[in-house]
Design a protein around this ligand. Structure first.
Ligand SMILES: [Zn+2]
Length: 245
């Protein structure tokens, strides 16, 4: 863990020495590392590669290592098993059982929250409104995972990929059936976060349950469709960001 500068920890809000925290945890970059162990990401601006994923001075040691780090340690093997498709499949769904609700839900919330508070270019299209950021900060700090439909996350898995599993895309705000959502694509996994109690009815079954069942949807899109759509999306957002200043 790199140390360096004094500042206000974004999680506990105490004035402390801050460490360089990952926005997307390092274990999620594993499938994206190329042969020289550099993470491949989009957008990556010219030929700039990130050596260890994007990091930023955001959190104190306690928050980074204990509050966030503890969840990452727990979730890392689960997320990896999904990336590797070592999970149960039943028709158009996948499932993982015996998942600790609090650990996994808090991990999901930490992903959303970190991307939102980050000022890195990669997360420029991922900002929650301030009051949502604050609610999630308090949930993380008090280690309260909330109810399943509080910032619930629906996960899709692309089963047939040749390139996409090596890439982490810049997360974006999107809408589904008129509901705001925040979309991450890490390797073959899509994470769609919805605001509290505001989501299409049929997604509710796919929020992790307090009993510890995580159901995932087999993505109905082909890799080619996703690549085209996201590539267009990235170019569009990048251009509008440039035009806007
Ligand atoms: Zn802190």
């Amino acid at each position: 863990m790199s140390k360096g500068r004094l500042g206000e920890c974004r999680l506990c809000q105490k004035e402390k020495e801050l460490c360089l925290s990952h926005i997307i945890p390092e274990f999620m970059y594993f499938p994206t590392y190329d042969e020289r162990h550099r993470a491949v990401m989009i957008p990556k601006g010219k030929s700039k590669y990130e050596q260890k994923g994007i990091r930023e001075y955001l959190l104190c040691d306690v928050c980074d290592g204990t509050i966030i780090g503890k969840r990452e340690t727990y979730c890392s093997p689960i997320v990896k098993s999904i990336q590797d498709l070592r999970i149960a499949r039943n028709g158009d769904q996948y499932s993982v059982s015996n998942v600790d609700y609090a650990n996994f839900k808090l991990f999901q919330l930490s992903l959303l929250w970190r991307a939102s508070i980050s000022s890195a270019q990669m997360f420029i299209n991922m900002s929650l409104e301030k009051h949502h950021e604050e609610i999630i900060r308090k949930m993380l700090l008090s280690q309260d995972p909330g109810k399943p439909n509080q910032y619930g996350c629906v996960m899709f898995v692309l089963d047939n990929v040749s390139q996409l599993h090596k890439i982490i895309w810049s997360p974006v705000k999107d809408t589904i059936d008129g509901f705001t959502c925040y979309r991450f694509l890490t390797g073959r996994i899509f994470w769609y976060f919805f605001l509290s109690e505001a989501y299409p009815k049929d997604v509710e079954d796919f929020f992790i349950t307090p009993e510890g069942t995580l159901r995932l949807i087999k993505a109905p899109w082909s890799e080619e469709t996703v690549t085209k759509r996201l590539a267009g999306n990235v170019a569009e957002k990048y251009n509008s960001a440039k035009d806007g200043g």
